[in-house]
Design a protein around this ligand. Structure first.
Ligand code: F0G
Length: 455
């Protein structure tokens, strides 16, 4: 059959409150035109993030009931550890309450002033946790990643020559090499198996461990299966095992590719690092067999890890995003190509060329999507990155709007509705205006800044 259906039935539903345009206009005004200040009950389709927003399965909810809440040695922990090890064979698996907690523990041990941590592209919490220790986070993604239209199959790859050069010149300062799969900050673009292996080879030749930020490992493995020569007939779990078999450790947010609403882990083959990490875990998260999670969360993750590598699910997941991407392109909406695993990224700067970057074209588009159809998306551009540590404003590299797709949450008609909302926005795009910021905090301003439309 040509039609790829949602490979699940719906047993539990959450009603969506359908608001009117007039209501949304006044909600926007009250929120200072910042979508983070909108209550989620006033959102029709929430595409702010794919993190922690998955629909859990009947099996996961069943397992939640089985969760054993013992402080030490809970069987839920051992089921979680076994499920992780089936895919990622690390000696030590240390649960954390979410991904950034794993990052904080790791970099509090291996970071510090003068240290340099290279990656394809660090996600912002990873960068934040590295920089908080005084170390420097360096992004070495391939050049194609910066070209929105370049249809390279693995735009998440790290530039191997620049990695080699960094390790030759400053190897003494590098505690480890990282790879983010898929590369969220670069548009959800995958890293090839060949690139993962070559990164490991270079790192190991210089005596450095490779640590994978594995948040979207299953989507990455699916892209490897679909796009990398010689991988097409291999089962996804085998590809996942190969991805991690050359790594020495990983950080993970189970809020993404584990279908969980909370959770994460730090894994490593290094006994000394693991011992130190567990000591810090006890201080900040909890005992090593629960690490900031309830036993029931560990159970949900264990089941989620089995479900996420299902090829019917991954085919439907990626195809849905491609479908939305194709329709947007046909409406003349420029997007990052090829479409990523977890999101469609719209190039708002190119879509709204009459709005200069310092009047925030990404914010203008995000506001327009909410006003027209109650869709909540996230600006990733000059609002998020446009203010330096000195407080001076400058245009970010790109002004994107991310439409992040929660897992198993919506149906084909939700996708068609999103496209219809874009049609409406396209019709009125020349009338869209920029915004100015009327109040903002000193850091991470995108969360709480208030705006005013420029008339
Ligand atoms: N690494 C990557 C690649 C991520 O995308 C995220 C979170 C984290 C680490 C941190 O994990 O949220 O569990 O602490 N990304 C979310 C997003 C917030 O919307 O992209 P966390």
């Amino acid at each position: 059959m040509k039609t790829i259906i949602e490979p699940f039935r719906i047993k539990v539903v959450e009603p969506i409150r359908i608001t009117t345009v007039e209501e949304r206009r006044s909600l926007l005004e009250r929120a200072g035109w910042n979508l983070f200040a909108i209550h989620s009950e006033d959102v029709i389709i929430d595409l702010l993030t794919d993190s922690g927003t998955s629909a859990m399965s009947a099996d996961q909810w069943g397992a939640v009931m089985r969760g054993d809440e013992s402080y030490a040695g809970s069987p839920s922990y051992y089921r979680f550890e076994t499920a992780v090890r089936e895919l990622m064979q690390f000696r030590h698996v240390i649960p954390t309450h979410q991904g950034r907690a794993a990052e904080a523990i790791l970099f509090s041990i291996v970071g510090g002033p003068g240290r340099i941590v290279p990656s394809n592209t660090h996600f912002d919490t990873t960068r934040g946790n590295i920089e908080a220790t005084g170390a420097r986070a360096v992004d070495l993604v391939v050049r194609e990643a910066h070209d929105i239209d370049a249809r390279h199959p693995f735009k998440g790859n790290i530039d191997l020559a620049r990695l080699e050069q960094l390790l030759e010149e400053s190897g003494d300062s590098v505690p480890l090499v990282m790879l983010t799969v898929t590369n969220n900050a670069g548009g959800g673009q995958p890293v090839s198996l060949a690139n993962i292996r070559a990164t490991a080879e270079i790192a190991h030749r210089h005596g450095k461990p490779l640590v994978i930020d594995g948040c979207r490992f299953a989507e990455n493995a699916w892209f490897i299966k679909c796009r990398e020569p010689g991988q097409e007939s291999r089962p996804v779990p085998d590809i996942v095992r190969d991805m991690f078999s050359v790594a020495d450790g990983m950080t993970m947010s189970a809020k993404k590719d584990a279908f969980a609403n909370i959770g994460g882990w730090l894994a490593t083959n290094d006994d000394k690092l693991a011992a130190e990490a567990r000591n810090r875990l006890i201080l900040t998260e909890g005992f090593p067999t629960y690490g900031g999670l309830a036993g029931r969360d560990l159970e949900a993750i264990a089941i989620g890890l089995h479900e996420i590598v299902d090829e019917q699910y991954l085919r439907y997941r990626v195809r849905t995003n491609e479908y939305i991407g194709e329709k947007l392109l046909s409406l003349g909406v420029p997007i990052v190509q090829p479409v990523g695993g977890h999101a469609v990224f719209v190039d708002a700067r190119r879509f709204l060329p009459h709005i200069p970057p310092l009047e925030y074209p990404g914010q203008s588009l995000a506001v327009a999507l909410y006003e027209a159809g109650g869709i909540r998306a996230c600006e990733i551009g000059t609002v998020m990155f446009g203010r330096g540590p000195d407080g001076v404003e400058k245009a970010a590299d790109m002004d994107l709007v991310r439409l992040a797709m929660p897992r198993r949450v919506s149906t084909q008609s939700h996708a068609d509705y999103m496209i219809e909302v874009f049609e409406e926005v396209v019709r009125g795009k020349d009338e869209l205006r920029g915004l100015r910021i009327v109040s903002q905090p000193p850091q991470l301003r995108h969360f709480t800044a208030r705006f005013q439309p420029i008339s």
